[in-house]
Design a protein around this ligand. Sequence first.
Ligand SMILES: Nc1nc2c(c(=O)[nH]1)N[C@H]1C(S)=C(S)[C@@H](COP(=O)(O)O)O[C@H]1N2
Ligand SMILES: [Mo]
Length: 338
Amino acid sequence: MLTRIRRGWELPESAATPESIYHERRSLVKALAAGPILLAGGGLLVGCDDPDQTASSMSPVSRAHAAETDPTAELYPVPRNETYTVERAITDEESATTYNNFYEFGSHKQIADEAQALPLRPWTVTFDGMVEKEKTVDFDTLIRQMPLEERVYRHRCVEAWAMTVPWSGFAMKALVDFAAPLGSAKYVRMETFMDPGVAPGQKASWYPWPYVEGLTIEEARNDLAFIATGLYGRPMPKQNGAPLRLAVPWKYGFKSIKSIVRFSFTDERPTTFWEDIQSREYGFWANVNPAVSHPRWSQADERLLGVDTGRVPTRIYNGYGEFVSHLYEGLQDQKLFM
Ligand SMILES: Nc1nc2c(c(=O)[nH]1)N[C@H]1C(S)=C(S)[C@@H](COP(=O)(O)O)O[C@H]1N2
Ligand SMILES: [Mo]
């Protein structure tokens, strides 16, 4: 039996590189003892710190542009909703599309090349559980029924790095209305695609694949909860969670599940991917709070991707308290900030 071990992104950035190499070597040794884990494409599931391993003639950003052949490309750009404009500078596109967390493609940040293997069409989205009528719809049909807009949001990873990016997409509220949940539904559980043939990380059996996340219905209907289908005025790059991913900017980044295939409505709180791995460190709520440290590092400040300005203070609810703090009144006894 493999022991669950800490993975790269569970570490603060300062410690991530050396420790993840250490842990991943250990996990590799254990995994090899349990049987070979040679992956499709000939790679081994180990920390990939060697830049040559991800080098290619075409940068991920160029490939994001190549997504213009996407059948939804003509929908972009979409009008910006200025309600959510933030005071921070927008992160450069190169940083936001080349420094990613997407464990399906590796437990390191340089997964943009590997993620290009993900086939995006056909892509269906299933709505099931406590809904008026279960249904599966084609993404290209679904997106055309949604009120598209652009929102500039801050994103705060639990590892204490942050970015500010223009997402295109639609309010999650519109998707919840489309799903027509029953009045008795209390949570929405979301699931990422499952295809170890294209996503070698999913061959790692010590993770509870597929990636699962969840929100309460009230959170999902909150104005800030957003389903992102694009980035920087174009369809979503694969490495950022194409064709649709969640963006809940008041929560740590791991809540913002990528490449979603299923929305299930339920009256039971779903167990999420990271909660399943390490519930002492990653909870269901995961609201950003600089005053509540992660068990292994401080959450007081953060590093902005792509700039060299030093660390900046982290804010409660990542600065979005005016929109969301009311959701948590009366829940103070719960672990709202992990
Ligand atoms: N399916 C899936 N979704 C995921 C992840 C993942 O590994 N798999 N990583 C999460 C984490 S930890 C973060 S910080 C964000 C990163 O999004 P970005 O790569 O677009 O910055 O995606 C989140 N969504
Ligand atoms: Mo994250």
